[in-house]
Design a protein around this ligand. Structure first.
Ligand code: NAP
Ligand code: ZN
Length: 346
């Protein structure tokens, strides 16, 4: 065991503060990572405030981890000391169920182990990336291509894969009209990826404040959802809508923006349930689906795609002492477009 510095929430809704945690000794197939940057995902805020139900404290959030390999176990074959690597939302799974065999570790029926606020297969609580070091099995570590700086790559480990996976699954590409709802951490990367895939991209945001940014990110169109006329004008338009909204949304209204047979894929994870007018689904044979991150192999594919297309997150680099302030800004949709913690400041 090694004692390392971290930022933790001592209790639900309490401000995060500096602390120390124990990281396990490197085992046969483990990689010790010297964390350089950790993104702040809205999920960290839901979790640290116990918005999704009972959580374990102290909690060290962070599942957008970018760093450099500092040590490898004797059985490790994929990585060497000095490699640039990332870790996302998962650090283990059963590796035997149909989902794991299909590369969908996030749906492991034996229980995928999340990067923090979870219990590992060894019975120990997992602690995330707001820390200086982490020890992870090599099968849950991905390579960050040379073309990507570690700071702008970190958010790809969650926000990148969470938008890339449904865009690929639901056929985003040339000739397809895609809308991204919510221009935050996930949304802004979703716009970049959808644009790089060749789709015609529309941002649907609460206001027009970020319109110029949206176009620079690759959006062809930008509308505010606070104007009811938007829903009339765009009725029946989209092949695919990806909602990244962290709060309850009127999905019935957004379904009206799909063409017949189109799909609305929700990745946002609000703390309260939503209601749905089922006629909005029946008329036009529409599809309402969900999507949860992506598997490890697809995460590597996404990183390679992003490197090839020059896609990194738009970030505000912060010191660890600014985490609580950053949380407040994320909660008021005042994020441009991902906060990334420089872990050397922990
Ligand atoms: P974020 O940076 O806060 O972005 C969310 C965006 O949603 C905001 O920037 C805002 O965009 C919009 N929004 C916020 N409140 C709204 C409201 N009341 N009505 C309408 N729009 C609103 O958050 P994030 O990190 O991208 O995460 C988004 C959600 O996805 C969170 O719930 C998170 O837990 C979830 N998530 C899910 C997965 C998954 O695997 N499915 C993975 C990661 C995260 P505008 O200002 O442009 O309107
Ligand atoms: Zn996340």
């Amino acid at each position: 065991m090694t004692t390392v510095a971290a930022y933790a929430a001592p209790a639900a809704k309490a401000p995060l503060e500096r602390t120390t945690i124990e990281r396990r000794a490197v085992r046969e197939f483990d990689v010790l990572i010297d964390i350089k940057f950790a993104g702040i995902c809205h999920t960290d805020i839901h979790q640290a405030r116990e918005g999704w139900g009972k959580a374990t404290f102290p909690m060290v959030p962070g599942h957008e981890i970018a760093g450099v390999v500092a040590e490898v176990g004797p059985g490790v074959t994929t990585f060497q000391v000095g490699d640039r690597v990332g870790v996302g939302c998962l650090v283990d799974s059963c590796r035997e169920c149909d989902s794991c065999k299909a590369g969908l570790e996030q749906h492991c029926t034996g229980g995928a182990v999340e990067t923090y606020n979870a219990i590992g297969k060894d019975g120990e609580i997992t602690y995330g990336g707001y820390s200086t070091h982490v020890v992870v099995d090599e099968n849950f570590v991905v390579r960050i291509p040379d073309g990507l700086s570690l700071d702008v790559a970190a958010p790809l480990l969650c926000a990148g894969i969470t938008t890339y996976s449904p865009l690929k699954q639901w056929g985003a590409g040339p000739g397809k009209k895609i809308a991204v709802v919510g221009l935050g951490g996930l949304g802004h990367i979703g716009v970049k990826i959808a644009h790089a895939l060749g789709a015609e991209v529309t941002v649907l945001s609460q206001s027009l404040r970020k319109q110029d940014d949206g176009r620079k990110l690759g959006a062809d169109h930008y509308y505010t959802t606070s104007d009811r006329a938007t829903f009339k004008k765009l009725a029946g338009t989209f092949d695919l809508i990806i909602s990244t909204v962290s709060a309850p949304l009127n999905f019935s209204a957004y379904l009206g923006l799909l063409r017949a047979g189109g799909a609305l894929v929700n990745v946002g994870a609000p703390e309260e349930p939503v209601s749905l007018q089922l006629f909005a689904l029946i008329g036009g044979n529409k599809i309402l689906a969900g999507s949860m991150i992506g598997g490890i192999a697809e995460t590597q594919e996404m990183l390679d795609f992003c490197a090839e297309h020059g896609i990194g997150a738009e970030i505000e680099r912060i010191a660890a002492s600014e985490i609580n302030e950053a949380y407040e800004r994320v909660l008021t949709s005042d994020v441009r477009y991902r906060f990334v913690i420089d872990t050397s400041t922990i």
